[in-house]
Design a protein around this ligand. Structure first.
Ligand code: NAD
Length: 327
């Protein structure tokens, strides 16, 4: 049976560390990190994600700037709002909740966010740097960043496997690579050439996740909606990152025995036994896959709680850079 990685517990540990660092910054500089969360319209799922992010800020002592705009807001007014946040010295991170209404060009809005405040890591320049050899983005996109922590967590459990970048939560890719190599050499683990398969190629999860794995010297294959016979490709993988948004599409028989499976998928499926009428499942058939994999993340309780935590971590990083520069 696979080791089930408890994302909630790992997230809780990291959140306590962030809260401690926020307190230390407040004592040293008399200031705390600030995160602006911009939401347009009333989509229920977006409202719920934004609510979680704002609540988490409050719990950790990060100041939350709440910008709620109506569905009909124009693209230029939204961009004006972003510009105001860019120059607000108390704001160290700006998050524009996606998706935006159809009349607004998401890429245009995201590219207006100041690079130093792009805590979601979606600015084209940050993504571009992620894609370049020997260049590091200022911020890593939050969900793929979770992946690194999961692996570092697994490594810290001294497992005999892959991978990637250890992070001491204060990383640039360069430092985390160094730490990783040290960790790996201590654990007797080689990173080069391990086979990773990322299922999904979206700008926010699949693509950056595959770039990160590539930077960590894994041999990366991307499976997407046009891939034929995905099971034969996934069966080869030492690491599977599932981010297709397809409920339980990855079966136990698709998993290589002992592989590490990170399930990003979060899909609501009908369940009349639940009060809500639905339950959340991942892209992986957990019951089957957990009998074959070496490590697996559950849904819910795996990647989800960690993603918000990584956003707060990025905000802390942004604030630290700013305080140190102006000190
Ligand atoms: P998306 O719809 O933008 O992208 C899905 C990707 O999967 C596409 O690249 C598509 O080509 C690929 N795909 C679709 N069907 C496929 C199939 N049958 N086989 C192989 N590939 C297929 O979705 P996204 O925004 O990248 O999110 C993916 C999933 O991750 C969703 O379930 C989403 O809810 C979840 N998600 C979770 C978190 C978290 O923090 N837990 C964060 C972001 C997204």
């Amino acid at each position: 049976m696979a080791t089930v990685i408890d994302g909630k517990a790992v997230a809780q540990t990291i959140r306590s560390e962030i809260a401690e660092e926020v307190r230390a910054l407040s004592q040293k500089y008399g200031k705390v990190p600030g995160l602006a969360v911009v939401i347009v319209g009333n989509r229920k799922d977006s409202q719920s994600y934004v609510g979680m992010k704002r609540k988490a800020c409050a719990e950790l002592g990060i100041k939350s700037f709440d910008i709620d705009l109506p569905e009909q807001v124009s693209e230029s007014d939204l961009i004006k709002q972003v510009h105001q946040l860019n120059v607000n010295p108390d704001v160290h991170g700006i998050l524009v909740q996606l998706p935006l209404p159809k009349h607004i060009n998401e890429e245009k809005v995201l590219s207006e966010i100041s690079l130093g405040k792009d805590v979601d890591g979606f600015h084209p320049l940050n993504i571009g740097k992620l894609a370049m050899k020997d260049r590091d983005p200022l911020f890593l996109p939050c969900t793929p960043k979770v992946m690194l922590l999961k692996f570092s967590f697994m490594l810290s459990c001294n497992v005999d496997f892959i991978l990637c970048c250890h992070t001491s939560y204060s990383f640039t890719l360069a430092t985390c690579k160094k730490a990783c190599i040290e960790l790996l050499s201590r654990s007797g683990v080689s990173i080069k050439g391990k086979k990773a398969v990322v299922v999904g190629r979206s700008n926010i999860v699949g693509l950056p996740a595959s770039l990160l794995l590539l930077k960590a010297d894994a041999t990366v294959t991307i499976v997407h909606s046009r891939t034929t016979q995905p099971e034969s490709i996934i069966r080869e993988a030492d690491i599977v990152i599932a981010a297709a948004g397809q409920p339980m599409m990855i079966k136990g028989s698709w998993i290589k025995p002992g592989a590490a499976v990170i399930d990003v998928g979060t899909n609501a499926v009908d369940d009349p036994t639940k009060k809500s009428g639905y339950r959340l499942v991942g892209d992986v058939d957990f019951e089957e896959a957990s009998k074959v994999a070496g490590w697996i993340t559950p849904v819910p309780g795996g990647v989800g709680p960690m993603t918000v935590t990584m956003l707060l971590h990025n905000t802390l990083e942004g604030a630290k850079r700013c305080f140190e520069k102006n000190h």
